[in-house]
Design a protein around this ligand. Structure first.
Ligand code: ADP
Ligand code: ADP
Ligand code: ZN
Length: 214
């Protein structure tokens, strides 16, 4: 199974991708998580990416594409994978298609988790992230067992710098301009599944499962 998660920042792509990865026993590949790990470790990729991420802009295509194509060559990707946060532009989607095409391969589907902008800003200000293991929570909807502490690994939870309302507005603008066109791109290829992302976490998951099994 090779699945792409589409949707605005904060739509719940990561939350659903983690559940699907467990269900299908395939790796969850989040470009945002990869960048945050690189930033934390102070690698050259992290230093380059940080400038864009802090401003709510996209990291340049060439940097992201190389990173993802390399990752897909790892043995754990042989049985499939879930791409979360990639592709985010038409050129990224074309580069992915071209790389798969070389191996006579293609993705199975792109799942659009649809959430209107009004809901996004609220969701993002309540998001709390663990930079150690990548788990995410929501202070109202999906709270950790102990306030401010990751259920999975016990590290402190943070409000991401780029989840503050001003940067979220910028990210939404960038989303509509650069990422939303991918919905049509995959629809034309007959790969698109769309789900209502405003429902609660388990309802969204059930709807995705129904769509995948249809
Ligand atoms: P969210 O989960 O809110 O959608 P991510 O964690 O996926 O955000 O990404 C955080 C930031 O990392 C993005 O705002 C962008 O700057 C950068 N980024 C992640 N994936 C990509 C990508 N495929 N192309 C360009 N930039 C990316
Ligand atoms: P994305 O990866 O698309 O940026 P996340 O999966 O990180 O989005 O979710 C964004 C925020 O919304 C997080 O705080 C998450 O816990 C919360 N969230 C995710 N799915 C739902 C849902 N169905 N209902 C309410 N809150 C949700
Ligand atoms: Zn953790």
């Amino acid at each position: 199974m090779k699945i792409i998660m589409l949707g605005a920042p904060g739509a719940g792509k990561g939350t659903q991708a983690k559940k699907l990865a467990v269900k299908y026993k395939i790796p969850h590949i989040s470009t945002g998580d990869i960048f945050r790990l690189n930033i934390k470790a102070g690698t050259p990729i992290g230093l380059k990416a940080k400038v864009y991420i802090d401003q709510g802009q996209l990291v340049p295509d060439d940097l992201v594409v190389e990173l993802v194509i390399d990752r897909l060559k790892q043995p754990d990707c042989e049985r499939g994978y879930l791409l979360d946060g990639f592709p985010r532009t038409i050129p990224q989607a074309q580069a992915l298609d071209a790389a798969l095409d070389q191996k006579n391969d293609s993705i199975d589907c792109a799942i659009d988790v649809n959430v209107p902008d009004e809901n996004i800003i609220k969701r993002m200000s309540g998001r709390r992230a663990c930079l150690n293991c990548g788990a995410t929570y929501h202070i109202e909807h999906i709270p950790p067992k102990k306030e401010g502490i990751c259920d999975v690994c016990g590290n402190d939870l943070i409000l991401r710098e780029d989840d503050k309302p001003e940067t979220v507005k910028k990210r939404l603008e960038v989303y509509h301009k650069q990422t939303q066109p991918l919905i049509d791109y995959y629809r034309k290829k007959k790969k698109l599944l769309s789900v209502d992302g405003t429902k609660d976490m388990d309802a969204v998951f059930n709807n995705i499962m129904k769509a995948l099994e249809a």
